[in-house]
Design a protein around this ligand. Sequence first.
Ligand code: CUA
Length: 338
Amino acid sequence: MSGRKHICAALVVLLAGCSGQQAALDAAGDQAATIGDLWTLMLWVCGFMYLLVLIFLAHAIWRARHALDAEPLTHGSGSRAEHPLRMALGGWVGLIVVGLFVLSLATFFIDRSLAQARTDDALKIKVTAAQWWWKVEYEGMAPDQRVVTANELRLPVGQPALLELHAEDVIHSLWIPNLGGKEDLIPGRINSLLLTPRREGEYRGQCAEFCGLQHAKMALDATVMNPDAFTRWRQQQLTPAPAPSTPEQIRGHEIFMSGPCAACHQIAGTPASGQTGPNLTHLASRRTIAAGARPYSFEDLRDWLRDPQSVKPGNHMPVVQLSDSDLNALTAYLDSLK
Ligand code: CUA
């Protein structure tokens, strides 16, 4: 590879981090934009300092070479020669103090502005982290208006959303880089995170605190939608699961309800009311399974049901031994939960 190609390849890698579904520099919300401004300020201040260090270094090397060429260095040269050096060092120290002061002040005010943002009209959402998935609950005006889903967060564009953060087992951290900063989810403690999305789109959140074997496969599928689409989605989520309609789905429904599945998962409108695992009422309307471990598809779902441990080793879903036809029936039933 030629030198120019190397530089191009390096630039592609560097700039790839600036946009995309999981990019802090591609702000799609107020909080991410504010934090991005702070990042840009830090980049300029630190970049300027770094440039100065390089200039001084180059100057020092150049001077030393010239001094060596002219005559050997002599020790104990007069204080007159040291005077400009002292001035330069004094200026350098002053510059560092000013730079650090500017950064500290900017950090303080941006942190305060994020903490004091108005939350009166915010959409209230409870997010609970567990090894290794996210439970997402939208509080309604009445208990029957409460929407429960898993591993997906839907937000209407332009409206602040106040996430109430809980953890079930260990410390996790929620980070949707396009929308805002990180916040820890700590057992026995309630934290909050305000997100005000400004651009519709699909984004990827990720657990940002090491929380065990499958920490890396603990993603949150975040979608910012227009308010009408969000209302429709919310209404659709409130409906109970559709009843099985084909003989295969009916067989799958029986397997689910009579096996261990119903003890851990809830499907609204059926006897299944387990709370240990994700709510599956509208499983087939999600884009991923197992917290982003696989994209959603019939085949991926069947792989997951056949052996969850091979897809996501260490997760808490046990292997349920099923014949191939039972496995297909169970998958067909779950795939009907749109
Ligand atoms: Cu949850 Cu890392």
